[in-house]
Design a protein around this ligand. Structure first.
Ligand code: ADP
Ligand code: ZN
Length: 219
């Protein structure tokens, strides 16, 4: 199964991606995570990307396309993948089409998570992440048993630098201008399935299941 998961920053893509990954045993690629890892390692990609991430801007298309192209060469993605955070612009979507065509791969479903801006801002400003295993939490919606400590591994939780109100506003604006037009690109091809992502995580999982329902993973 080859899936894309789309939607505004903070809508819950990462949480739903973790669920899909576990339930369908599918490899997850998050370009945002790849960039944050590169920044943590202080390698050349990280040095290039850091300013863009801190400001809530998109890293230039050529860099991101290259990153995805290289990542998709790994054998773990041969059987399928869930791509999260890419494509985010029309040129990225066109580049993805070329990459997939070369491999004779096709996208099966594009999930489109939706929620209103108020919900999104509340989700992003409350988001916390495990510094060790990457598990996602929220200060009120997905509380860990002990404040600021990961349930899975006991490591400290942290807040992303770009998860503040000002940066979120910029990320949302960029999403509306550059990423939202992509929905039409995939809708026209009959690939888009809308997922109402208001409500609780359990509600969202039900919506994701509905959207994936009837999809037969035997290709
Ligand atoms: P969110 O969806 O919450 O905004 P991500 O973790 O997907 O967060 O991305 C964080 C940041 O990483 C983006 O604001 C951007 O700077 C960079 N990034 C991630 N994916 C892309 C992409 N496809 N194109 C350009 N920049 C990207
Ligand atoms: Zn953890």
């Amino acid at each position: 199964m080859r899936l894309l998961i789309m939607g505004p920053p903070g809508v819950g893509k990462g949480t739903m991606a973790a669920y899909i990954k576990k339930t369908y045993n599918i490899s997850h690629i998050s370009t945002g995570e790849l960039y944050r890892e590169a920044i943590a390692r202080m390698n050349s990609l990280g040095a290039l990307a850091k300013g863009y991430l801190d400001r809530g801007e998109l890293v230039p298309d050529a860099v991101t396309v290259d990153l995805v192209k290289e990542t998709l060469k790994k054998s773990e993605y041969k059987e399928g993948f869930l791509l999260d955070g890419f494509p985010r612009t029309i040129p990225q979507a066109q580049a993805l089409d070329d990459i997939l065509e070369e491999k004779q791969w096709k996208i099966d479903v594009v999930l489109n998570l939706t929620a209103d801006d108020e919900t999104i801002i509340e989700r992003i400003t409350g988001r916390r992440i495990c510094s060790n295993c990457g598990a996602l939490y929220h200060t009120t919606n997905i509380k860990p048993a002990v404040d600021d400590i990961c349930d899975n591994c006991g490591a400290a939780l942290f807040q992303r630098l770009d998860d503040n109100r000002e940066t979120v506003a910029r990320r949302l604006k960029i999403y509306r201008e550059q990423t939202e037009p992509l929905l039409e690109y995939y809708r026209r091809r009959g690939l888009l399935r809308d997922v109402d992502a208001e409500g609780t995580v359990a509600d969202n999982i039900k919506e994701v299941e509905k959207a994936l329902g009837g999809f037969n993973d035997n290709d």
